[in-house]
Design a protein around this ligand. Structure first.
Ligand code: SF4
Length: 404
């Protein structure tokens, strides 16, 4: 079989297969480019089953480009809470604002204009142009690179940009006349459901007959991909400060900075441990760690003026971002008002309590700090407030354990 015949076979069989098995998904209800755009952004690094409820909620809340452009960012982040990679939500909203300002609220049928929107890379631009406008544009992501590397037995490293460019050309040459949207979705679907990374289901695969990797028994070797670096571990210690008086039943949270990782989301006050203190969070280190509690007390005092009385360890949790792995240890603490060292529950906490008491001796006063008010990025929240402010998943898990 010539390469041309192999290509024609691939395109025809794949398209016919897709039209038979096509899943009913909420973003396939129609070809509204905004709906396609939102779905493609949500589906990046996230499974279809996870995305569906988020997508439905998001579209109910922000049904049009204009509605998304006008929404307060906190609401958008709240709707995204739990999906991770929050810069996607921010970029999506920035893109929606651009569409309103430059194109009157209508996503343009123009590849360069779509590709120029914030957060829209070559894959997303190709997906929007092909699915919404049926333009003959390739949409190449990891799934597509895997399928094509296997079918054509390509040995180039798919982690290299050069390889992606080559595969985009190949994918473009495979698109059947007038069927770009369905064909690109068929390719993605094959990669997601059949030609999966670890265990491709070759037997029911619609293109098995002429798949070179399958014919050569190399489907498990391909694609070639150099390993990404392991996410860098960051050891962090957080404190759950229980409020008292008018703040009884609440805990203290703070807002993250306006830029950078998880920008503007909310979190519990916590410390990133420098390398010389990492031993404090070593797996073998005792969880009831007075030194850590002391460091947390000092941080809270410096940032808010509040004095806290550490009570002990609550839980450990972690979260893996694309390049960082947060390992977080949570401690419980009360406000230091009415501090009574003898009441400190754990012996290992005594020195932490002593430091807090010393701070009292130096003339500081928790009630004075409360009277002066908290810094603007700090807030007391109750159980119900967690449904209003956006928190990274790690803290949502902690809230569940603490309040539910
Ligand atoms: S035959 Fe196997 S390796 Fe080839 S495309 Fe189909 S699932 Fe992938």
């Amino acid at each position: 079989m010539t390469e041309r015949e192999a290509k024609a076979f691939f395109s025809e069989e794949l398209l016919a297969w897709y039209r038979l098995i096509k899943r009913e998904l909420p973003w396939r209800m129609n070809r509204d480019p905004y709906r396609v755009w939102v779905s493609e952004i949500m589906l990046q690094q996230t499974r279809v089953d996870t995305v569906i409820p988020y997508y439905n909620r998001f579209m109910n809340k922000f049904p049009t480009v204009g509605a998304l452009a006008e929404a307060p960012e906190t609401e958008v982040l709240k709707c995204w809470e739990g999906l991770g990679y929050y810069s996607r939500a921010r970029n999506l909203q920035a893109g929606a604002k651009e569409v309103v300002e430059k194109y009157g609220g209508i996503v343009p049928d123009d590849k360069a204009a779509v590709a120029g929107l914030k957060g829209v890379g070559p894959y997303t631009a190709g997906a929007i142009m092909s699915i919404a406008f049926n333009r003959s544009e390739p949409a190449v992501d990891g799934n597509v690179m895997r399928v094509l590397s296997r079918y054509f037995c390509l040995e180039d490293d798919i982690a290299k940009p050069r390889t992606r460019v080559g595969i985009e050309k190949l994918a473009a040459s495979l698109i059947p006349e007038g069927a770009a949207g369905d064909f690109n979705q068929a390719l993605m679907e094959l990669g997601a459901l059949v030609c999966t990374p670890k265990s491709p289901s070759c037997l029911p695969c619609p293109v098995m007959e002429h798949c070179l990797a399958r014919l050569e028994g190399r489907e498990h070797e391909l694609p070639v991909k150099t390993k990404a670096k392991k996410p860098r571990p960051e050891l962090r210690a957080a404190v759950i400060i229980a409020g008292s008086g008018e703040h009884a039943g609440k805990m203290l949270v703070r807002r993250r900075p306006d830029t950078g990782l998880l920008a503007q989301m909310w979190e519990l006050p916590h410390l990133l441990l420098p390398p010389e203190q990492e031993h404090l969070l070593d797996e073998r280190a005792p969880k009831e760690n007075a030194e850590l509690a002391m460091l947390l007390g000092r941080m809270v005092r410096e940032e808010t003026g509040l004095l806290i009385r550490p009570r002990g360890w609550f839980m450990d949790a972690d979260h893996v971002f694309s390049h960082i792995h947060w390992k977080m240890r949570f401690y419980l603490a009360d406000l230091g008002e009415g501090l009574d060292a003898a009441a400190a529950s754990a012996a290992s906490m005594e020195s932490a309590v002593a430091e807090t008491a010393a701070a009292y001796d130096s003339g500081a006063s928790a009630s004075a700090a409360i009277a002066e008010g908290l810094p603007p990025d700090y807030r007391w929240i109750g159980k119900e407030d967690r449904n209003v402010l956006p928190f990274p998943n790690l803290f949502v898990r902690m809230f569940k354990q603490y309040w539910d």
